[in-house]
Design a protein around this ligand. Structure first.
Ligand SMILES: [Zn+2]
Length: 76
């Protein structure tokens, strides 16, 4: 999934995303219009998902966002 206008993994919740995503995989809370979100890897099965930006850490080694809990677990 490509998000953002420059292929960057960072975007804002708009009406269309609100309808399709419903809840955040990281915190389980519903998204709100205008929430900043990033495409991140996490503890869930499958491909990266959009989660609240505040719940993700940018991993410079892999140039991807990783869900906070998952990132902490990986770094030990
Ligand atoms: Zn969240």
């Amino acid at each position: 999934m490509k998000v953002g206008d420059r292929g960057y993994m960072k975007t804002i919740i708009d009406r269309e995303k609100l309808m399709t995503l419903k809840t955040c995989a990281a915190c389980g809370q519903p998204f709100n219009l205008g929430d900043p979100v990033v495409l991140a890897c996490g503890a869930w099965e499958g491909p990266p998902k959009l989660i609240h930006e505040g719940e993700a850490v940018y991993d410079e080694e892999t140039a991807t966002y990783v869900e906070r809990r998952c990132y902490a677990a990986r770094k030990g």
